[in-house]
Design a protein around this ligand. Structure first.
Ligand code: SAM
Length: 216
């Protein structure tokens, strides 16, 4: 499916201009590309890092680990004592993530939780300074109540892929296989934009990123 959030010239320009990952992180990025594992896009990763450096979270919760790329990027941007809980449903990916996290030297700061994000969220009770949603796009609405419960007042909720390759804004009929996710993401965006406790901005970067601040 074609990516229609941004013009390809702009994406190309951004990717050749922003500071890109090097070393092991670049290798993980290349591995993901080679094995068709979806990871955060470089320009979205740059924004995520900036948000972390501005917001200075001590504790982050991520839904959707894949091979641990974004978790390692976030750990690198955090203070050296910052910790991350990250949830992944796919056992094979979770194992690769654990290996990558260990190789990056973050195994004492990043905990990979194997399971369905919604079920894990239901069981969590601690408070987080930031939550990054990047798991099942069709379930963001269900994640929201838990995210709001787990996020401290003044905490940051970041949701990736909210424009879903531009389909969320498409006026023509959406292909059946993508229709439910696009409709649900549209509802999710309406919810976080109208929520009385959230201040939200939708940024058309990468596959679309929503940034919401939970009011104090
Ligand atoms: N955050 C990762 C990164 O940028 O490096 C990429 C995550 S990828 C876009 C989405 C991940 O969510 C996949 O690895 C997928 O297996 C996982 N996932 C899908 N449905 C899930 C669910 N219900 N619970 C937990 N993880 C899920």
């Amino acid at each position: 499916m074609e990516d229609r959030v941004n013009y390809s010239e702009i994406v190309e320009f951004l990717r050749s201009t922003i500071r890109r990952e090097t070393g092991l992180l670049r290798e993980i990025e290349e591995y993901a590309g080679l094995h068709h594992i979806p990871i955060i896009q470089p320009e979205s990763a740059a924004l995520l890092k900036l948000l972390i450096k501005l917001h200075k979270p001590k504790k982050i919760l991520e839904a959707g680990t894949a091979i641990g790329y974004s978790a390692c990027i976030m750990a690198a941007a955090m203070d050296k004592t910052g910790i991350i809980d990250t949830i992944e449903i796919d056992e094979e990916l979770a194992d690769i993530a654990k290996n990558n996290i260990k190789a990056m030297g973050y195994d004492n700061r990043i905990r990979v939780i194997l399971g369905d994000a919604l079920e894990v969220l239901e069981c969590l009770n601690c408070s987080y300074d930031m939550i990054f949603l990047d798991a099942a796009k069709g379930q963001y609405i269900e994640y929201l109540n838990h995210a709001l419960r787990l996020l401290r007042p003044g905490g940051l909720l970041v949701s990736d892929n909210v424009l879903y390759k531009g389909l969320v804004a498409q006026k023509d009929k959406i292909q059946h296989k993508h229709r439910t996710i696009a409709t649900r993401l549209k509802e999710y965006l309406k919810l976080i934009c109208s929520h009385e406790r959230l201040e939200t901005s939708i940024v058309p970067i990468g596959d679309g990123m929503a940034i919401s601040l939970k009011e104090r």
